[in-house]
Design a protein around this ligand. Structure first.
Ligand SMILES: Cc1ncc(COP(=O)(O)O)c(C=O)c1O
Length: 399
């Protein structure tokens, strides 16, 4: 079982006087930062804040720490070091990728996008229609928000070059079977781009084993600084036209990140690996064991929350009511505005939000009244049972 006291001791936010008595339920927006990341960020800014990769000590150490971040995170994700790169955000990473595909594809080629995604992994791809690319939509079930792989099979044919879908939607919470979907797409000759942003906070997946060609997530939601992390597997990365400076074309991790990187934040991302290692050491398990401990804890805490809301007349639970098949990112459509209810919950010491969370297409497809939006309660492995009880009691009072 997850040692929750140990876990919470790794997050300075939990001991901040200003945050006492506040149960944090907007983790899908951005997580608290672990101490390992904060320490590295502080050290970089105080000791290593010089142009990296030059032959003086502060610079050498800064560069080495940036390399360490890529090496260790790539190892956690089961990919090669040069297949992992950092960009300012996932939205900017997909934007650059879409430019690369715009040059790579020819009119008559097709891509598949979903209406379950956050806009970041659907809007930039849909714009390829301007270049004569056929855009096919893999649609959610309007009742459940679920993506059915049979529907995908009907959309796949020899014209499809790319399929984009989320590992997990940031409003539906349903976990998509990436391994199975990727195998289907690859068998049809299509590349695969997975938005892992809403899944990664709940455990780093072995991207190498699952097989997608691109896997994206945002480290500010995985206990780190504000970066977008992109896995680009070598075969596709070498096929797509370089989007970086021409003289960097031979370096895979520079090909799809045209911006100069935020050195301090890239280096501090190594702290996420430190944190995962600390969890592993504390529990005597490896990377997969850490993933499973986090997931078990979340599932155990999530089911009572789902049970508390799923049969209420005034509530429509978006996505599955079975905790084992979903992430603890729980959107509720209510008879009034999600934002207004979030404000009432704030007065009761619950931090959460309301709105569309940039998953406009998913909520519209499910018939949610967009003037009201949804209330979203999202938690992660550092959330305690007492906090979930608190949110259930607060919901009882305001709904
Ligand atoms: C599922 C999902 N994908 C993509 C994004 C966009 O990430 P970023 O803010 O790094 O652009 C978000 C942000 O909330 C998200 O929840």
């Amino acid at each position: 079982m997850l040692d929750i006291d140990f876990v919470r001791a790794q997050f300075p936010a939990f001991s901040q006087p200003s945050l006492q008595g506040q149960a944090f339920f907007e983790n899908a927006g951005g997580s608290y930062t672990c101490t390992q990341v904060i320490d590295r960020l502080t050290r970089f800014y105080t000791e290593r804040k010089v142009q990296p990769y030059a032959p003086y000590e502060a610079s050498r150490l800064g560069g080495a720490e940036m390399d360490e971040a890529r090496t260790r995170l790539a190892a956690l994700l089961g990919v090669e070091t040069d297949e992992l790169s950092f960009g300012p955000s996932t939205t900017q990473n997909t934007y650059v990728l879409a430019q690369a595909f715009r040059q790579f594809m020819t009119p008559g080629d097709a891509i598949i996008v979903t209406n379950q995604d956050h806009e970041a992994n659907t809007g930039p791809w849909r714009r390829l229609a301007d270049a004569g690319i056929e855009v096919r939509e893999w649609c959610v079930d309007p009742e459940t928000g679920h993506l059915d792989t049979d529907d995908l099979e009907n959309l796949l044919d020899e014209h499809v070059r790319l399929v984009c879908f989320p590992h997990c939607s940031n409003v539906v919470g349903d976990i998509n079977p990436v391994l199975e979907i990727t195998a289907l797409c690859h068998a049809a000759g299509a590349f695969v781009c997975v938005d892992g942003v809403s899944y990664a906070p709940h455990g780093f997946a072995n991207v190498g084993d699952m097989g997608p060609d691109i896997y994206l997530f945002s480290s500010y939601k995985t206990y780190g600084p504000h970066q977008g992390i992109m896995v680009m597997r070598r075969t596709l990365g070498n096929l797509l036209p370089n989007q970086g400076h021409y003289f960097n074309a031979g370096t895979l991790y520079k090909r799809f990140t045209p911006a100069g990187p935020d050195h301090a934040q890239v280096a501090a991302c190594a702290g996420m690996a430190d944190y995962m290692d600390a969890l592993g050491a504390q529990h005597g398990v490896g990377a997969q064991g850490v993933h499973d401990l986090m997931r078990d804890h979340e599932v155990r805490l999530l089911q009572p929350l789902l049970d508390a809301v799923k049969d209420r007349n005034s509530v429509r639970l978006i996505g599955p009511s079975d905790a084992t098949v979903r992430a603890p990112t729980v959107a509720l459509a209510l008879n009034r505005s999600g934002e207004a209810v979030a404000a009432e919950l704030a007065a009761r010491g619950v931090m959460c939000g309301g709105g569309d969370f940039y998953a406009v297409r998913a909520l519209e497809a499910m018939g949610v009244d967009m003037d009201k939006g949804v209330l979203r309660l999202s938690f992660v492995h550092y959330t305690s049972e007492a906090e979930v009880t608190k949110v259930i009691e607060a919901l009882d009072a305001v709904l």
